[in-house]
Design a protein around this ligand. Sequence first.
Ligand code: PGA
Length: 248
Amino acid sequence: MRKPIIAGNWKMNNTASQGVALVKAIAPLVTEANCDVVVCVPAIDIPAVSEALKGTNIKLGAENVHFAEKGAYTGEISAAMLLEYGVEYVIIGHSERRQYFAETDETVNKRTLTALNAGLTPIVCIGESLEERETGKTEEVLATQIHEGLKNIEDITKIVIAYEPVWAIGTGKTATAEQANETIGFIRKTIGEMFCPNCAAKLRIQYGGSMNAGNCKELMAMEEIDGGLIGGASLKAPDFAAIVNFDK
Ligand code: PGA
């Protein structure tokens, strides 16, 4: 009942011309996709990639959005700026932004509410560090990220959550399918208690962290996992397409 969603997160890779070449290589490989296909790209790539995606089944996403409508925020990008280029999704609270750019649950919450208000679909990232997992704090950390980051959302089914254990991002160390399934089950239960069980049942929750062409089938076969947020493997057309076509 939940339509899977596979999203690429290019991070700070690909100039605009490289991005255009990449989506042109991906597009013919994913025409038969049974899932939502998204590429989240650097802000400056958006105009060119948006043009290149016309007539394809690939949707465009950004990697961040500011919470203010407009104003004196040097270097930031507003929701209106994204919308003008047909952006539909936006990653919020990626662990790299939390780690390197002082993102907190509070700013995640503000950005998420702004994105929703503007009609963008936020892909909100949550996840524990290795130390937190090893000291048994995973559920506590995730519960805080959920309670603080997702408060005051009117319709929780309008967002996508990406569960990304920080220790699995870019490390080649994937959570086992069982680990990911169990933790995503916990996230769904917590959201069910905070909002309503029915909404939680409809909410799409992705796994992210070293997901690739080799392990995507096993991860996607798990009941709780509704998609993937793909970093490294989204930078190569055949790899990304293989993940999108996980069910073929
Ligand atoms: P990775 O990144 O697939 O390279 O581990 C995932 C992410 O950071 O979203």
